[in-house]
Design a protein around this ligand. Structure first.
Ligand code: ATP
Ligand code: MG
Length: 893
């Protein structure tokens, strides 16, 4: 039975039994900050299980895309673990419980194929239950008729479920299928989990648990008033059973990738392996890893993940790199993803059609990443090989943490690769040392950033200020000045101060402030705060903790104290220029998306007075034509003078309105939406112009790459944009004046001039060459006899090009009498260095004279070439005569 059919039957079975069909959530777990990827069907239903939201129906069914990074090391070695896989699940929210769940699962698993089931032989199914779950045992034995020998009690580790936090928990019951003795020993799942394959897990959410971090040790508070069911059936595992293959890499959705990889690398998959996963040849394991990882990469990029150095992006990068490396190990050195990714697409697109329509975008990221990795590999491998050889010759068995760190830090060579390559060579790596250096570097970077922003690294003082006074209110969306009170003063180490006098720089906290703290890419406000006894200048504003705003101020007059009444006033001109830049950023973002597609999402930004910098995800360079169109469209929006409007709403409502949320950013339930007319709508906490017309003008300066898949545009806004264009105009006018042509002919004239200059240089070089060659006959005639060899030594005129020096030597040799041994040595000086060319004729060759040997002799081993003509150099220019002398001495000696 094909995988798509297994999936269809699952949904049909549960829909017929009153379940609402719910689509899969995307792989990135955006709503859960503790989770990178969705790893089970229940993840999208968590708010229902926790009672935070009301489910749309009491029963639901889904086929969820899942990714389990902890399983990455199992892939290919067991028969049942993929990184990406699909979990079919049925869910009950306070509706049916144990008996319903067990009966529904059993029915689908064992009903004959003709009757819509999977037709598994019930006599080969085993069930596990939690130690004291007699209720479940009774259902399995009495209601289903499973003999007690095939119902196994297991402990908390395997058969008790909780989310690790206070909330629902409860026993599980798992279904296993006995694949037969060729897969392992008898004895049930306790003995061999590969022969007895777990295909379905039923979780009975029966109790409420209390706090506790220990996985197996937490208080059970009592029975839940409404009990839930959460089940997961591995789609690939069921497919491997129903398709009669040995493992989930051989099912219809994966095998074609594996086969193509085998074909490319010339391996016969399976020829040297047994049925059980433990009897696998290493090459077969590699092929399975490749097939799994290529499919996973496809699904990840399909769901919007792009390769990067952190978080989800790093998981993707690591998976692609492992696949590429495994192909190298199998002996295939050609492109990997361009060969295998289209095969994966063809396997998966029937179930996920967007993979076909989006394939160009997916492929661009994947192939770009492969190119970058191949370059890294080339460089890193050479360095690593040297390090390994050095370690060996010093008699060591482990590569130092410093070396691994250097490879990572300087060459971008990933640690897992270092580990793998070292292990292949029989060496260990001081991983602990590596991690320590990484941690140190991270701590340094963090302390640095923190110290730069707030003046000190310890946040506890801020915490106290926040806890005693409550959150600081920011009023700067609606006003630029206000009366307020000084709540606290802090010195650079975070210690509270009673007063700050003239000339001192301190941290100052107000009860209410119109000053915007740096955030969301927007630069902080500056300005002035005046109290009865003094005045301070605000240099910087940061929010070291949510709800707390700290002004870095310099006391310019008198003295300030906590409790002082104060008047806080921001620099309005600066703020307006920043706000205009921020609004411009939203317009550039939206316009980029219009041109490059939805995936061109913001990856960072800077909104400073009059200028902006905007980083975004896109696979390749943005062409000048697109950039020009973007700029034009943005300026058209300015002229439409759209109203900029901000409002607070629920995250769900904002999503419904299509507001752009930044990928990976965490938002609360309440969010602020900023819209520019109907053109751009984005979640944003920053300040903005009131109307797009206030921006005046936006000038896009340039576009560049700042890392794999991330591009940066910079632009000027308002008067800064105007000044830039005005300056350029002055420059062009000046050129026009110098060339005495109208403005629109300047470009042409510059081109002409450059071409003329190039021609003139070429001509000059030619003349110089002729001059040099003109001296050939004279030099040949002046050959002196050294031990029966005609020797010409000469220094080429200063500035003679390398090729000309060579030609000169050969020309002189041509003029020497052919029947006599002849040697020509020409020295030259250029760029502060001396070089040497030696040419010998065939009569000299017969005498055993060798040009390369002569050069090497003169340059202590450096240089090379053929026995007829050779060259070398790199010594200080004043050694030119000495080089010639050395050649002559070699002939006499
Ligand atoms: P195992 O012990 O075999 O790793 P598990 O206990 O981690 O499985 P669950 O967390 O109970 O599995 O997940 C529910 C179902 O999802 C399993 O019964 C199995 O069919 C499937 N499943 C789990 N992990 C994977 C994986 N890495 N690849 C494919 N299917 C999986
Ligand atoms: Mg597992």
């Amino acid at each position: 039975m094909r995988t798509a059919e297994i999936k269809r039957r699952f949904l049909a079975h549960f829909e017929a039994n009153g379940h609402l069909v719910v689509p899969s959530a995307p792989l990135p777990a955006i709503d859960d900050p503790n989770l990178l990827f969705v790893n089970a069907g229940m993840v999208q239903f968590v708010p229902y299980f926790l009672g935070q939201r009301t489910p749309p129906a009491a029963r639901a069914v889904s086929v969820q895309k899942c990714l389990r990074t902890p399983d990455i090391d199992e892939v290919g070695k067991t028969s049942r673990h993929g990184t990406f896989f699909q979990m079919n699940g049925n869910f009950s929210f306070g509706d049916y419980f144990k008996e319903g769940a067990i009966a529904l699962a059993w029915e689908l698993a064992t009903n004959p194929v003709a009757a819509g089931g999977y037709g598994l032989d019930g006599d080969r199914i085993w069930a596990t239950v939690y130690l004291d779950d007699d209720e479940a045992i009774d259902i399995w034995h009495k209601r289903i008729g499973l003999p007690l020998e095939r119902v196994v009690r297991r402990g908390k580790k395997d058969n008790f479920w909780s989310m690790g936090i206070p909330g629902p928990c409860g026993p599980c019951s798992e279904l296993y299928f006995d694949r037969g003795p060729e897969y392992g020993p008898d004895g049930g799942p306790e003995v061999d989990e590969d022969r007895y394959l777990e295909f379905w897990n039923l979780v009975f959410m029966q109790f409420a648990r209390g706090p506790g971090t220990d996985k197996e040790n937490y208080p059970i508070l009592g029975e839940l008033p409404a009990k839930n069911i959460d089940t997961g059936m591995g789609l690939e595992r069921m497919a491997s059973l129903l398709q009669g293959v040995d493992n989930l890499y051989e099912i219809d959705e994966v095998k074609p990738i594996l086969s193509h990889a085998a074909e490319l690398s010339g391996k016969r998959y399976g020829a040297q392996s047994g049925h059980a996963a433990t009897q696998s040849h290493p090459d077969d394991v590699r092929l399975r890893v490749i097939a799994d990882h290529v499919r996973t990469a496809l699904m990840l990029i399909g769901d919007g993940v792009t390769p990067g150095n952190e978080g989800r992006g790093y998981v993707l990068r690591r998976i692609m790199r492992r696949a590429i490396r495994a192909m190298r190990q199998l002996g295939w050195s050609g492109p990997v993803l361009p060969e295998l990714l289209p095969v994966a697409r063809d396997c998966m697109a029937p179930s996920y059609p967007e993979l076909a329509t989006e394939f160009d975008r997916i492929a661009q990221y994947a192939y770009g990443e492969e190119d970058a990795f191949v370059a890294t590999l080339k460089q890193g491998t050479t360095i690593l090989d040297t390090a390994i050889a050095d370690t060996r010759s010093a008699g060591g068995a482990t590569l130092t943490g410093e070396k691994a760190f250097q490879l990572h830090d300087t060459y971008g060579f990933p640690i897992d690769l270092t580990l793998e390559i070292a292990a292949e060579q029989g060496l260990g790596v001081d991983e602990e040392g590596f991690r320590r250096l990484m941690a140190e570097q991270r701590a340094r970077a963090k302390a640095d950033a923190q110290a730069r922003k707030t003046g000190h690294a310890d946040l506890s003082a801020f915490r106290t200020v926040l806890d005693t006074g409550g959150p600081v209110q920011f009023t700067g969306y609606v006003e630029v000045a206000r009366e307020t009170t000084v709540r606290a003063l802090l010195n650079r180490d975070g210690a509270p101060l009673d007063a700050a006098g003239e000339g001192e720089t301190v941290g100052l906290v107000l009860d209410v402030t119109p000053f915007y703290a740096e955030g969301g890419g927007q630069q902080p406000d500056t300005g002035v705060i005046t109290t009865g006894g003094g005045q301070v200048e605000v240099l910087d504003v940061q929010s070291p903790l949510p709800g707390l705003i700290v002004h870095t101020v310099k006391v310019t007059r008198g003295e300030v104290r906590p409790g002082d009444e104060a008047y806080a006033e921001i620099d309005v001109y600066r703020r307006r220029a920043i706000s205009r830049a921020h609004t411009a950023t939203h317009l550039v973002h939206q316009t980029m998306r219009n041109h490059l597609g939805e995936s061109a999402t913001q990856a960072g930004s800077l909104n400073a007075p009059g200028r902006l910098r905007f980083d975004f995800n896109t696979p390749g360079a943005v062409s000048p034509a697109v950039l020009h169109d973007v700029e034009q469209q943005v300026n058209e929006v300015l002229m439409s003078d759209l109203e900029v409007h901000a409002f607070v709403t629920s995250l769900a409502e904002a999503r419904r309105l299509g507001a752009v949320a930044l990928f990976g950013e965490k938002y609360g339930d309440e969010v602020r939406v900023v819209e520019v007319g109907d053109y751009a709508r984005e979640l944003c906490g920053g300040t903005h112009a009131a109307r797009s017309g206030q921006l005046g003008l936006v000038k896009v300066l340039h576009e560049s790459s700042i890392g794999s898949g991330v591009r940066r545009v910079e632009a000027l806004v308002g008067i800064d944009a105007f000044s830039f264009l005005a300056r350029e105009h002055v420059l062009v006018s000046r050129l026009a004046e110098l060339y005495r042509v109208p403005l629109d002919q300047v470009g042409e004239r510059v081109e002409q001039t450059v071409a003329q200059l190039r021609d003139a240089e070429r001509e000059l070089e030619k003349l110089r060459g002729q001059l040099v060659l003109g001296s050939v006959a004279g030099l040949a005639a002046g050959a002196k006899d050294v031990d029966g060899v005609a020797l010409v030594t000469t220094e080429a005129p200063e500035g003679t090009g390398g090729n000309d020096v060579r030609t000169l030597a050969q020309e002189i040799r041509g003029q020497l009498a052919g029947d006599r041994p002849g040697v020509v040595a020409v020295a030259a000086r250029a760029g502060g260095k001396a070089s040497l060319v030696v040419a010998v004729n065939s009569a000299a060759r017969e005498r055993g004279l060798d040009a390369a040997a002569l050069v090497k002799g003169a340059l202590s081993g450096r240089g090379g070439g053929s026995p007829e003509v050779a060259q070398g150099g790199g010594v200080p220019a004043d050694q030119a005569p000495a080089l010639l002398g050395a050649v002559e001495r070699a002939l006499t000696g």
